[in-house]
Design a protein around this ligand. Structure first.
Ligand SMILES: Cc1ncc(COP(=O)(O)O)c(C=O)c1O
Length: 452
């Protein structure tokens, strides 16, 4: 059975973010089952899921309440659209619930099916709204180098991942990128975190000036950059960046697709970092990934300008068949109830020191340059020479070595180049974290023995 599935996958299944030639030669890693924080491969090996799937299975893999919520809704109303004024009980209630827990006055919700779609819709809405406001030239959207906002034509243009632009003829011209706030890698000797943050904000300001502030519509950013490897910004970064945002009166979207719903030790990362977004995109833990769903929340004034256009055109000319899907909405409502009942924020806060302090101790390891994290979100930067911050040559593939050694010992984690990323399910316990740390230590030792 398993061999047949592997052969089928190799012959027909096109995988994203995968080396296609290698896939054709080596085949897939088949995951067969999940329970709690664990997943099993087809060889029967149990692995701690150190990255919650893709930063999404916040409640682990066997939450009966989510399964029951989906089943009940499937039995009652398995589908209903949101076009032409139609709605369903779960999606209506979810829109109210989400706005009530939003970080700030985000009164309106547009449902989509993925993080990419939420951000893509945000770009369209910003353009739409600016046309209503009589500012049709305000179209440029600024993201960050190595930022990650999705894979649609627009959101991948906004993302700053070179491998996602290469050979696609992207990014589109309206998308610009400001610097990556990776203090550890890019600070000048003697520069404090605050000074580095001020320099990042100055570069951001200079980019806006260069592009002509009247043509810049918005800035999109992940409060903690996930796709760049769980990059927690340096001290003062968000204060300084928000000053520039306010100075130019541009819109700010907080991309909380990974960071929302407790990951950073607050319900929203915007709370952790004092952000005041005009728009917020969330997904992933919204349904604990049991079913695809995303939401874009935004301020009332943006909605009012949308009404104006909808009056003129006749409708708001945007929509997805599965947006606000009743089954996804029912699962999301249940996930939000569970987060409240088990006090997910308090839970993350109580286990986070075990996780972060345990990982921080690896800064003594010969392979590790820096460990930086928040809540249950952590990035580990591997370095050939810690003193001079000299990275390993790419071909050493040291990150991949650690990842493979961890996998062999029962931990699934991610290496983005030589930056390791950990973001386990939010329900992880202290003793499970102790196991994770033990495996990480062994994996680092193993990789060190291979490259030293
Ligand atoms: C911050 C952020 N935004 C957007 C996305 C895209 O979400 P999706 O893969 O659901 O389209 C991701 C995916 O990892 C993400 O981390």
């Amino acid at each position: 059975m398993s061999n047949m599935a592997i052969a089928a996958d190799m012959a027909h299944h096109v995988h994203g973010q995968t080396n296609l030639r290698q896939h054709g030669e080596k085949g897939p890693v088949m995951i067969t089952k999940g329970e709690g924080i664990y997943i099993w491969d087809d060889q029967g090996n149990r692995l701690i899921d150190g990255i919650s799937g893709l930063g999404c299975t916040a409640l682990g893999y066997s939450n009966e309440r989510l399964i029951t919520a989906a089943t009940k809704q499937l039995q009652t109303l398995p589908y209903s659209p949101t076009f032409y004024n139609r709605s369903s009980l779960p999606s209506a209630l979810l829109s109210e619930k989400l706005t009530s827990v939003a970080p700030g006055p985000l009164t309106r919700v547009l449902f989509q099916c993925s993080g990419s779609e939420a951000n893509d819709a945000a770009i369209k809405i910003i353009w739409y709204s600016n046309i209503a406001k009589g500012e049709p030239n305000r179209r440029k959207i600024i993201g960050r180098t190595r930022g990650y906002h999705g894979n649609t034509v627009a959101t991948v243009s906004l993302s700053g991942q070179p491998h996602m632009h290469a050979k696609f003829g992207l990014p589109l011209p309206e998308f610009k990128h400001t610097e990556l706030p990776n203090y550890y890698r890019f600070h000048i000797d003697g520069e404090s975190e605050e000074e580095f943050s001020a320099r990042m904000a100055l570069l951001f300001d200079e980019l806006i000036q260069k592009e002509d502030p009247d043509t810049v519509a918005a800035f999109f950013a992940e409060p903690v950059q996930g796709g760049g490897g769980a990059l927690v910004p340096p001290k003062g970064y968000w204060e300084e960046m928000q000053k520039v945002i306010r100075k130019h009166g541009i819109l700010f979207l907080a991309d909380e697709v990974i960071a929302g719903f407790g990951r950073t030790g607050d319900f929203w990362a915007s709370e952790t970092f004092g952000l005041k977004p005009d728009m917020l995109a969330c997904a992933k833990a919204l349904t604990s990934a049991y079913i695809p769903m995303s939401a874009l929340m935004f301020k009332e004034e943006i909605y009012q300008s949308m009404i104006q256009n909808s009056d003129e055109v006749g409708v708001f000319g945007h929509g997805f068949t599965y947006a606000g899907h009743p089954v996804a909405s029912a699962v999301a409502l249940e996930a939000l109830s569970i987060y409240e009942e088990i006090d997910i924020v308090a839970r993350v806060k109580s286990v986070s020191p075990t996780f972060l302090d345990g990982l921080k101790a690896f800064e003594d390891h010969p392979l590790v340059g820096e460990v930086r994290g928040v809540g249950l979100f952590c990035g580990i930067e591997l370095m050939k020479d810690k003193r001079t911050r000299e990275p390993f040559p790419m071909e050493t593939k040291v990150g991949e070595r650690v990842m493979n050694a961890a996998h062999d010992r029962g931990l699934y984690m991610r290496a983005i180049g030589d930056r390791l990323q950990l973001m386990p399910p939010l329900i992880i316990t202290k003793s499970e974290i102790t196991d994770l740390l033990r495996i990480m230590k062994e994996a680092l030792d193993d990789a060190w023995n291979q490259v030293k």
